[in-house]
Design a protein around this ligand. Structure first.
Ligand code: NDP
Length: 315
């Protein structure tokens, strides 16, 4: 006799601001949400230090504490939060078959994908050593802490151009390290970069080391190396921003959902609907532009409301 699979009314994949906001709304609407937390419970915010731009926390809060609050609020209304990774999905028919930890299968009437995106890092040891102590991958989140200071930004695309010009408004000096002899950013963004007085672009430069002590004042300088002549340059900097792109966590959905050329999920404009009825997406996984906790939370709310309407008319 085959064992009956558990049927979950609302399965939420991911536990960042989008996932937990979807859970809060879904739980309050009696949609019995189950959150599968994923590899990094709490999402990207658990790797940041202070969050000062999330409305409601007037004195700021740390990223990990904020995500504990999100979780507690979702659980207060009955959300079932589970450890584990979703390892396979089958969206070919409803209820959808979902494999967890390569071992257990469940069925889901509706699925909200909130798997987020991960910042790409250079992969050098100093980056890990000083992460949260001057090293960051988000200027909008952390730029404020470098007001009146000098920073280095790495990257040559639109993200780097945007982050460097944003930081130039706050910092006394921004040095942008571009590994090629040209930037990949759009012409309009490059124009902004080259017309910002306190922003210096060093082409053909890569990061050799980020110098400083996490137990003292954090990042103090950056040693860059010219990849044409191997000349080294020591740059005074209290902040080091990696802006070499993000990777949406969508490998799991390849072949089943539509994605753009960078792997972000495509959704119907103004909604959270993917092309599969009953499957919704929220947060960074479907947004390469805003990528903020508050916008993720907003789209998490949209996904829960879309799922509620779907369940009401289909089950
Ligand atoms: P991109 O992939 O476009 O650019 C990444 C940049 O980082 C490239 O210049 C690349 O260099 C550089 N890079 C990659 N790895 C390293 C490394 N190890 N060391 C040094 N440099 C490295 O990513 P973006 O995040 O900039 O943009 C992603 C997408 O999002 C794009 O389509 C972009 O247009 C879009 N976007 C749009 C915005 C807007 O419209 N406002 C804002 C931000 C992004 P190289 O060129 O040598 O490969």
């Amino acid at each position: 006799m085959t064992k009956e699979l558990e049927v979950i009314e609302t399965l939420i994949i991911g536990s960042g601001p989008a996932g937990y906001t979807a859970a809060i709304y879904a739980a309050r609407a009696d949609m019995k949400p189950v959150v599968i937390q994923g590899l990094q419970p709490g999402g990207q915010l658990t790797t940041t230090t202070d969050v000062e731009n999330y409305p409601g926390y007037k004195d700021g809060i740390t990223g990990p504490e904020m995500m504990e609050d999100f979780k507690a609020q979702a659980e207060r209304f009955g959300t079932d939060t589970r450890w584990g990774m979703v390892t396979k999905v089958d969206f070919s028919k409803r209820p959808f078959k979902i494999e967890i930890d390569e071992s257990k299968n469940v069925l889901a009437e509706t699925v909200i994908i909130a798997t987020g995106a991960s910042a790409k890092w250079l992969g050098i040891e100093d980056e890990k050593r000083l992460n949260g102590y001057g090293v960051s991958a988000c200027a909008t989140c952390d730029g404020f802490f470098y007001k009146g200071k000098e920073v280095v930004v790495v990257g040559g695309g639109d993200t780097a151009a945007e982050e460097a010009t944003y930081l130039a408004k706050l910092c006394t000096k921004v040095t942008l390290l571009v590994r090629k002899d040209k930037m990949r950013a759009s012409k309009a963004m490059q124009h902004r970069v080259f017309n910002t007085d306190n922003l210096e672009v060093l082409f053909n430069h890569e990061t050799k080391s980020i110098n400083g002590d996490p137990k003292k004042s954090g990042v103090e300088s950056v040693t860059a190396i010219n990849n044409l002549n191997n000349e080294e340059k020591n740059i005074n900097a209290q902040g080091f921003f990696v802006a070499i792109g993000h990777k949406p966590n969508t490998d799991l959905f390849k072949g089943q959902l539509d994605m753009d050329e960078n792997g972000y999920l495509k959704i119907e404009a103004g909604t959270s609907k993917t092309k599969i009825p009953g499957v919704f997406a929220a947060g960074d996984v479907a947004d390469h532009v805003y990528r903020q906790a508050v916008t993720s939370a907003g789209t998490g709310c949209m996904a829960a409301l879309d799922a509620e309407r779907f369940l009401a008319s289909n089950i």
